[in-house]
Design a protein around this ligand. Structure first.
Ligand code: NDP
Length: 236
């Protein structure tokens, strides 16, 4: 039987690439994002998976989403948290509401989905979670202090949760990508930025997806942060 996997932020970008790889491996998927139409298109293109609309920053919506998944697919084995946003700008120019939105989506959202998933996985006596952090959460970046804080927070959260749930055979890991070709990076000056990457190019979503699936499937890896950045961290 294929594993059952919930992918928050699975409608496009990195989450969609994870969904593609897991679908190829015979997993049954829930593709979750705020925009239901886009999630439905992805779910249909991958062969008729479940699509759900959910804002991860809303506890009520996350709860409803897990109820829907339980009804339609049964208990999940894998959780991937790829829902994320950025509101880049120097701290002095960042509005408090933009700080709160980033914290609620990137950090609180992952906490809420992990809490709901762990309940299910404890009953199942096992499971695996991968949260998408960022190299910016490890290195910091001017103009991204709040985003960086949310991604650094995910590392502390994921390592602590890994300690809490290891006895229940649940593993929790983080993938920290560098610059990846998605809508999030479409506006960036690639020619300039790629000079700071050892491999001399942005990554592709499927290259991050490989790392995510590796961690989901590796039975002896928990509490790890796997950097997928083309060597960016060695250059700066
Ligand atoms: P995209 O903007 O391409 O995709 C983001 C996904 O998250 C979409 O499916 C979006 O759907 C969903 N999403 C956003 N906000 C919410 C929300 N509140 N509730 C539920 N779903 C939400 O981004 P990427 O694929 O580039 O990013 C994926 C993750 O990887 C993010 O966490 C990002 O921070 C991280 N990352 C990306 C890097 C890059 O270079 N691209 C580098 C390092 C980390 P919808 O809008 O319909 O809700």
């Amino acid at each position: 039987m294929g594993k059952i996997c919930a992918i928050f932020g699975g409608s496009r970008g990195i989450g969609k690439a994870v969904a593609e790889l897991l679908a190829q491996k015979g997993c049954r998927l829930a593709i979750i994002a705020r925009n239901l139409e886009v999630a439905q298109t992805t779910a249909r293109d991958l062969g008729g998976h479940l699509a759900l609309s959910c804002d991860v920053s809303s506890e009520q919506e996350v709860q409803k989403t897990f109820e829907e998944m339980q009804r339609n697919l049964g208990p999940i084995n894998y959780l991937v948290n790829a829902a994320g946003i950025n509101r880049d700008g120097l701290l002095l120019r960042t509005k408090t509401e933009d700080m709160i939105t980033q914290i609620h989506t990137n950090l609180l959202g992952t906490m809420l989905t992990c809490k709901a998933a762990v309940k299910v996985m404890i009953q199942q006596q096992g499971g695996a979670i991968v949260n998408i952090g960022s190299i910016v959460g490890l290195k910091g970046n001017s103009g991204q202090s709040v985003y960086s804080a949310t991604k650094a927070g995910l590392v502390g959260f994921s390592r602590s949760l890994a300690k809490e749930v290891a006895k229940k055979q649940i593993r929790v890991n983080v993938v920290a990508p560098g610059f990846i070709h998605t809508e999030m990076t479409a506006h960036l000056e690639e020619d300039q930025l790629k000079k700071s990457i050892l491999l001399g190019r942005f990554g592709e979503p499927h290259e991050v997806a490989q790392a995510v699936v590796f961690l989901l499937e590796s039975p002896y890896v928990t509490g790890s942060v796997l950097v997928v950045d083309g060597g960016l961290q060695l250059m700066t």
